[in-house]
Design a protein around this ligand. Structure first.
Ligand code: UDP
Length: 366
C-alpha cells in the first residue's frame, strides 16, 4: 500500500484532512474527478475578478479555531454580506431587519415592527410551526413571507414551503435593529486572491490527481491506501442500492458585461415566483472590485438527476430516513471515513465542514 490515506474529493473537507494528515507525517493522495481543486468553493479569475464558479461563498464563522485556521492559508478581506431582495422591482434589505420592516409597512420603531409581526402571526393562527411556511410566518409575518420568502424558496427547492423543513429558514437572522449583515457571525470575509488559492495552499506539497473518478475505478484505488476519506455523495458510493437521495442542482449563466457596475451589490435575490432565476451574483463586489468590466452569474435552481452536480441536500424527513439507512451501511464499511456536505448529506456551511474535518482529524490522526 503506497499511501496511508486516499482522499476522494479536493473540496474543503478533503483539503483540510489532507493538510492535517501530511502535517502528522502521513502519506496522502488526493483525487478529484473535476479538472480543478476546491470543489464547490472553486473560484476562477475572469477579467481580473475572482468568479465563484459553483455559487457564491461568503466565509463566516463564530468558531475562532476555524477562523484562525483558514487565516493560515489566506488573508481575508472585510466583505460583509448584505443581499438585496428584488420583488417585481421593489427592493428590500436582507436579512429581515428594521430596514426591511420599514419598507414593507412604514413602521419606524422596533416595537411597531414586532407588533405588526405579532398581529400577522396571530391572524395566521400558528402556535407551533410545523413547516417552513409556518416557521416563516411566525418569524416575520405573512407579507414578508409572501414577498420575500415564498417565491424564492419554492424556486430554490422546487417544493412547496409547506413540505420543507423549518430549519432552512432559520438560517437567516431576524433583527429588530438597522443591520443588513446577513450573518450573525463574529468573523466574516472573502479570501483575497480567491478560494482556489486558499485550497491550493492547504494542499501545498500534497500529491493531487485531477480528472480522476474514484467510483469508476474503486477496486484499483482501494489497493493504494490503508484508509479512504470519501467526500462524494454517500448514495453514489453504495451504487444507489437503497435508493437515490435528493439534491438540488444549480445552473449558472455567467456573463462578462462591458460596464463597471451592473447591480451595485454582490447578491440580488429575485424573490418573486415569475423571474426564472433565484439570484444574480456580481462577483466583483465580493472584493471591492475596481475593474472596468463586471462579471455576473444568474443562478437557476433545478432538481438534481444523475450526472448533474449536486449542490444542496434536501434534508427533509424522507431523505433523512434514507440517509440514516446509508449511514448504517457506511458504519459497517471498514477503513473509510465519509465527510463533507455530500458524504454526510448535510446542508453544511464552509466553517462547519472545516470544523468537522478538524474534529475527525484529531480523532483519526494520533
Ligand atoms: N430565503 C428566502 N428568501 C431570500 C433568501 C433566502 O426565502 O431572499 C430562504 C430560502 O428558503 C433559502 C434559505 O432561506 O433556501 C436559506 O438561504 P441562504 O441564503 O442561507 O441559502 P444559500 O446561500 O445556502 O443558498
Amino acid at each position: 500500500m503506497k499511501y496511508d490515506y486516499l482522499i476522494v474529493g479536493a473540496g474543503l473537507y478533503g483539503a483540510v484532512f489532507a493538510h492535517e494528515a501530511k502535517q502528522k507525517g502521513k502519506t496522502v493522495l488526493v483525487i478529484d474527478k473535476r479538472p480543478n481543486v476546491a470543489g464547490n468553493v472553486y473560484t476562477e479569475e475572469i477579467e481580473g475578478i475572482n468568479v465563484h464558479k459553483y455559487g457564491a461563498h461568503i466565509f463566516h464563522t463564530n468558531d475562532k479555531r476555524v477562523w484562525e485556521y483558514v487565516n493560515g492559508f489566506a488573508e481575508f478581506n472585510r466583505f460583509t454580506n448584505s443581499p438585496v431582495a428584488n420583488y417585481h422591482g421593489e427592493l428590500y434589505s436582507l436579512p429581515f431587519n428594521m430596514y426591511t420592516f420599514n419598507k414593507m409597512w412604514g413602521v419606524v420603531t422596533p416595537e411597531e415592527a414586532e407588533a405588526e409581526i405579532k398581529r400577522q402571526r396571530e391572524q395566521a393562527g400558528i402556535k407551533e410551526p410545523k413547516n417552513l411556511e409556518e416557521q416563516a410566518i411566525s418569524l416575520v409575518g405573512k407579507d414578508i413571507y409572501e414577498k420575500l420568502i415564498k417565491g424564492y424558496t419554492e424556486k430554490q427547492w422546487g417544493r412547496p414551503c409547506t413540505e420543507l423543513p423549518s430549519f432552512i429558514i432559520k438560517r437567516l437572522p431576524v433583527r429588530f435593529t438597522f443591520d443588513n449583515n446577513y450573518f450573525n457571525a463574529l468573523y466574516q470575509g472573502i479570501p483575497i486572491g480567491g478560494y482556489t488559492k486558499m485550497v491550493e495552499n492547504m494542499l501545498d506539497g500534497v500529491e493531487v490527481r485531477l480528472n480522476t473518478d474514484y467510483l469508476e475505478n474503486k477496486a484499483e484505488f482501494d489497493k493504494l491506501s490503508k484508509k479512504v476519506v470519501y467526500t462524494g455523495p454517500i448514495d453514489a458510493y453504495f451504487e444507489f442500492k437503497l435508493g437515490t437521495l435528493e439534491y438540488r442542482s444549480v445552473r449558472f449563466e455567467t456573463e462578462v458585461l462591458d460596464k463597471p457596475n451592473f447591480q451595485g451589490n454582490a447578491a440580488v435575490n429575485y424573490t418573486d415566483r415569475e423571474t426564472p432565476w433565484t439570484r444574480i451574483i456580481e462577483h466583483k463586489w465580493f472584493e471591492f472590485g475596481t475593474r472596468p468590466k463586471t462579471v455576473i452569474s444568474r443562478e437557476y435552481s433545478s432538481e438534481w438527476k444523475r450526472g448533474d452536480e449536486p449542490y444542496y441536500p434536501v434534508n427533509d424527513e424522507k431523505n433523512g430516513k434514507l440517509y440514516q439507512e446509508y449511514k448504517k451501511l457506511a458504519e459497517n464499511e471498514k477503513n473509510i471515513i465519509f465527510g463533507g456536505r455530500l458524504g454526510e448529506y448535510k446542508y453544511y456551511d464552509m466553517d462547519a465542514v472545516i470544523a468537522s474535518a478538524l474534529d475527525t482529524c484529531s480523532k483519526e490522526l494520533k
